[in-house]
Every structure is written in structure tokens, then in C-alpha cells.
Design a protein around this ligand. Structure first.
Ligand code: SF4
Length: 487
């Protein structure tokens, strides 16, 4: 059993049991192209170290400790609980524990992980003298080569938003985990029936939600359960209110989107705030550029001028509509292609007209600002694109347009699937942004040219569909407005 199993059990015993049965694919959201162990060894001036291997037992680690004081990924187990200490300094029966966080904060939440480590290490007869956290320096900027000394910060106190908080050792030793009792509970726990709580439906919805409540996977488009940001939708459902149109207004918070959802159901499926949509569409100027970027996230900056947790845009797709003709441009490249991407974009994107992206404010606009920062020689032209950028999510997230077929979801893919029953995304090998990042990483590491080309084509298809979907949504919005005018 691992610490993650205990955390799942404490959140919900059924979650623990389901996760044992399901080997869920681990999505690594970060691109780590640096040897972290070597980087930290440089930081701490460690000359000789060992890196632990999967499935090693405590006895293997103690054997290694005869020759090495420093062990990365040191594995121990005690009382059925297995741990992996990110970095351990061991000297006879004393040790120091180092947590390594790919984060620019040394948050207090790490104390619980360290308390689990303490339980197992002490169970193995070791005394933990010191606890440290190594985390990333948010002010570090990559300059020609990685400077390990400045990249990492070593602390024996928690640090939040630059403020020094409690001492780590004091915090860890103040945590009382009755692990013997928890492990006993896990051991005797039986498969439980699901009971819906806030742990199921909270901000991070449980990954097994539809396993526990399969009926909701096939809900009707106008189900009350599609009501967004609603505290009471399950209560209404349990009281027999099945559809949006029957919502109890005493239990509806009353946001513009919620009202649009209820209105849509009362109007036969579609709600349009005609004035607002007309105004939004009238601001668009030809030629209209529909643009989508793909990017990867690097906790440790690999290229000149990048900071920790910076992103690198590796692809764009651009559809330009001049009112009659639609033209497509695209770019994808491996490695540090920031300059090439910017040159290609500036060449293909018209100097006039509106530029449309989905969630532009939280994504494409920021990416363009970052590119302008990396490449100041193109900054003026890049920032000028942002001045013309318009967010296509606005009509939907503002509650001006809602179609019950959206089922309370506001992603580009949901809307595309709704307006085109060919469900184009379903036919692609890459069908969401996370998969695109995974394929991009595989492409970069692939030694086989033919396979590399295949990955490239899959990525071009996916990103191309995103920008084409923007064009289709633009046409659809115009159509529903004119249909509305005809009524
Ligand atoms: S959906 Fe709820 S009941 Fe089911 S595993 Fe998750 S937290 Fe537990």
C-alpha cells in the first residue's frame, strides 16, 4: 500500500477500492526534460548518490546505504505501507528527509506526506533529524545553461507567497496520524455502496463519479443535473424535479447562465439573447482570423529567457475568412521554435480584422504576451494581435446563447459536437489538449521518422479542427441570430 492509497481511503473508502481495481493512466501535466536528480545533486554539492528502483524493499535500501549516504527515491515499507522518500541523507540509524516539489512554493500540505514518511522510517528503526523541502525559484530565468544553484531553493520552513511560515520539522512532528488504526480500517473495509457527498461532486469531481452514478452519464439534455454551478441541483433531482424547465427558483442561484439554461428548456431547447449576440457579432471585422495554439508546460525552463513553470507554444492553426473564402495556415515544430512560430504567424495572420480564439483571455492572449516577452523585436506586432483578439467563449459563458445539447458544458469540443452531428473530434487519434501534449512529447523523442511524421499529422489534424470549429461556430451563431430575426 502506498501513501496515495491511504489518502484515497481517507477521502472515500469506495474511491480507494475502485482505484485498486482500475489502473488509471497517469497524466503528467508537466514536461520534465531535465535530470532532476543530477540538478539537485549539483545544488547540494552531492558527489556520490544512488537512485532507488521500483519495488525495492527496506532491506535493499539499507544495503545500498552501506555505500551511499545520499539516496534519491529511497524506498521503505512498514506495516504494509510503502513510501518513496524523494531524497534521503542516511548515516547509520539517523537520516534527513528532503521533499522535492516542482512548484514555486513550499506549501504546508507537504507536511502530511512527510508524516507518512516519518511513520515508515521510524518503523524501520531510523531517527529523522531534519526535514527539508527543495522547490523551484520563481525568479530564476534560464540563461544559456541551467544554473542548478539558483534554480532550487532549499528550506527547513514552509514558504507561501514568499512568506516564511512554520518550521517543517515542528509541523511534521505535530501531526498525529493514527496510521495503525487507518491501516487496520483499510484492511477490513468492504466494498461500499456509493453515497453522494461533496467529495463526489466538489470542484475536482471524483474520477469515478460515473462508475458510482452511471445513470447520470446518460442524462437527458435538459436534465436538471446539467444546471451549472448549482448547489441544489441534486436536492431538486431527489425531490422529483427532473428538467431545467421545472427548476425551483427558490433553489436556483440565478446566474445569467443558469437562467439561460432554464429559458432554453422552456423555449424548446435554445435560448438566444438576441441583442447581446447581435452586438457581439457586429463588432467582428473582416478578414476574421480563427486561431488556436497548442503548448507544453515546463516546470524547469529548458530554453533562453524562460522562467520556471513557463509554457512553450509548439503549434498553431489559423483559418482566415475574408467573407467568401476560407484559407488555412498551420505551423508545428520541435524544440525551441518560438522565433520560427512567431515569424510564420506574423506572415500568415492578416494585419487587419478580428482575431478569434476560444478562451482567448485565459490562453491565446497570454501565450502571445509571453512570446512578445521572449522576442522583444516582434513585441509590437504581437501585442497588436492581442488588441484585435476576441474571445469566442463570451457568448456562451455570458449566458447569451445556450442550447440544451451542451448539457452544461462550455468547451469548444462540446459546442462543435452539438452543431455538427458528424462529431469530427471522435474520429481523431488526438481528441483533446492533454492528448495533444502527450503526442507532441512522443513525437519529440521518436527516433523513427515515419512514426514521427504520423504524430505530426495527428497533431495537425487536431489543432486544425480546433480553428475550423471556431469558424463553424461563427457561422452557427450568425445562423441562429438570423433564424431568431425571422421569427
Ligand atoms: S464518486 Fe463519491 S462515492 Fe464514488 S468513489 Fe468517488 S467520492 Fe466515493
Amino acid at each position: 500500500m502506498h501513501v496515495s492509497d491511504i489518502k484515497r481511503f481517507l477521502r472515500c473508502p469506495r474511491l480507494y477500492q475502485l482505484s485498486l481495481e482500475t489502473k488509471t493512466k497517469f497524466h503528467l501535466y508537466l514536461n520534465i526534460s531535465t535530470d532532476i536528480n543530477a540538478s539537485i545533486a549539483n545544488k547540494l554539492n552531492i558527489e556520490k548518490y544512488y537512485v532507488g528502483l521500483t519495488n525495492q524493499e527496506s532491506s535493499d535500501t539499507f544495503l545500498v546505504a552501506d555505500n551511499y549516504n545520499w539516496i534519491f527515491k529511497a524506498r521503505f515499507s512498514y506495516n504494509g505501507l510503502r513510501i518513496r522518500v524523494p531524497l534521503l541523507y542516511i548515516d547509520d540509524d539517523h537520516c534527513d528527509v528532503y521533499s522535492i516539489l516542482l512548484s514555486s512554493q513550499a506549501l504546508e500540505s507537504e507536511a502530511v506526506n512527510m508524516a507518512f514518511m516519518r511513520y515508515v522510517l521510524e518503523g524501520n528503526g531510523l531517527t529523522v533529524d531534519n526535514y527539508y523541502i527543495l522547490f523551484l525559484n520563481k525568479d530564476y530565468v534560464y540563461d544559456e545553461k541551467l544554473d542548478d544553484e539558483n534554480l532550487w531553493i532549499l528550506t527547513d520552513h514552509f514558504i507561501k507567497d514568499g512568506r516564511i511560515m512554520d518550521n517543517i520539522k515542528d509541523s511534521v512532528e505535530n501531526i498525529s496520524l493514527d496510521l495503525d488504526y487507518i491501516l487496520y480500517q483499510i484492511d477490513k473495509s468492504e466494498f461500499e455502496l456509493p453515497v453522494r457527498t461533496s467529495k463526489c461532486t466538489g470542484r475536482n469531481r471524483c474520477q469515478f463519479y460515473y462508475d458510482c452514478f452511471p445513470m447520470e452519464k446518460v442524462i437527458e439534455d435538459n436534465s436538471i443535473l446539467t444546471l451549472v454551478s448549482s448547489q441544489y441541483k441534486y436536492e431538486m433531482y431527489d425531490d422529483g424535479i427532473r428538467y431545467l424547465k421545472d427548476a425551483d427558483f427558490q433553489r436556483v442561484e440565478g446566474s445569467k447562465v443558469q437562467l439561460a439554461q432554464i429559458n432554453a428548456d422552456q423555449n424548446g431547447g435554445l435560448y438566444v439573447d438576441r441583442q447581446a449576440l447581435k452586438h457581439w457579432l457586429e463588432q467582428l471585422e473582416f478578414p476574421i482570423s480563427f486561431i488556436d495554439f497548442e503548448w507544453d508546460l515546463y516546470p524547469i525552463p529548458p530554453y533562453q529567457g524562460m522562467k520556471v513553470m513557463d509554457v512553450l507554444v509548439f503549434q498553431y492553426s489559423l483559418h482566415v475568412f475574408d467573407g467568401e473564402k476560407l484559407t488555412h495556415y498551420e505551423f508545428i515544430e520541435e524544440g525551441d521554435s518560438r522565433k520560427e512560430l512567431v515569424l510564420s504567424l506574423l506572415e500568415n495572420l492578416p494585419e487587419k480584422g478580428s482575431v478569434i480564439a476560444y478562451n482567448a483571455t485565459g490562453a491565446e492572449k497570454i501565450r502571445i504576451r509571453e512570446l512578445a516577452g521572449y522576442l522583444p523585436q516582434y513585441s509590437e506586432k504581437l501585442l497588436q494581435i492581442n488588441e484585435r483578439m476576441i474571445d469566442m467563449a463570451i457568448p456562451f459563458i455570458s449566458g447569451w446563447v445556450y442550447d440544451v445539447r451542451m448539457q452544461g458544458a462550455f468547451t469548444l469540443k462540446t459546442i462543435e459536437n452539438m452543431i455538427d452531428d458528424k462529431h469530427s473530434y471522435d474520429n481523431l487519434r488526438v481528441s483533446d489538449g492533454m492528448q495533444a501534449v502527450e503526442i507532441y512529447r512522443e513525437m519529440c523523442q521518436c527516433p523513427d521518422e515515419q512514426q514521427k511524421q504520423l504524430y505530426r499529422e495527428q497533431l495537425l489534424q487536431y489543432c486544425g479542427l480546433d480553428s475550423y470549429s471556431l469558424y463553424k461556430i461563427y457561422k452557427w451563431l450568425n445562423k441562429i441570430l438570423s433564424d431568431h430575426n425571422d421569427r
